[in-house]
Design a protein around this ligand. Sequence first.
Ligand code: DC
Length: 221
Amino acid sequence: MIAVAIDGPAGAGKSTIAKKAAEELGFIYVDTGAIYRATALACIENHVSLEETAAVEALLPQLDIRIIFFNGEQHILLNDKDVSEAIRTENVSMAASRVSAIPAVRKFLLALQRDFAQNADVIMDGRDIGTVVLPNAQVKIFLTASPEVRAKRRVLQLREKGEPADFDKILFDIVQRDYNDTNRKTAPLKAAETAITVDTSDMTLDEVVHTIVGIIKEQGL
Ligand code: DC
């Protein structure tokens, strides 16, 4: 099996790019952020405070989180309910960043992620895929962009959906999430030793996809 790990900060374009590269290569694309988001959503819905690590941990055995593929699209099921849309709010984004700092949560979600790479060629994106989840991945990429560029892209995305978007607030949230994800003790966001860093600040989407597919093909995969 071939595994490609793509890590990087929030809003670097990992999911859009990984999805397109996977399509080109005929690999399965797995967005691991979605399962942290589903865990965060479960905490919110069950009124479990993210400050109370023990309460979050106690909730975990009640959660059945599944990734399924429907018409080639990844869907997330939380206790049999499709929460693919519900996990995409700014509120859940921030909660996911906080819940993902809890070691028990990371442990709980690890096997789910590894199982995918056992049975299919995958491109998996997240924060710790190259360092922790799939340390033996044949290709490791660290995808990044400046916080300002990432905030601008997010604003455009929200406006396209007709949703309100305040640049300053979004930039603030991005910087905050970067800080949380990079500074947590367990599996922090960082480039794996052998990762190739791609800074997408001045690249178009197509250029990034072309670069990533090129890196993967260069490995003879
Ligand atoms: O990629 P995303 O924005 O959907 O991820 C949401 C949060 O989940 C992110 O702030 C950090 C966390 N996450 C993680 O800790 N490890 C991963 N492999 C993926 C996401």
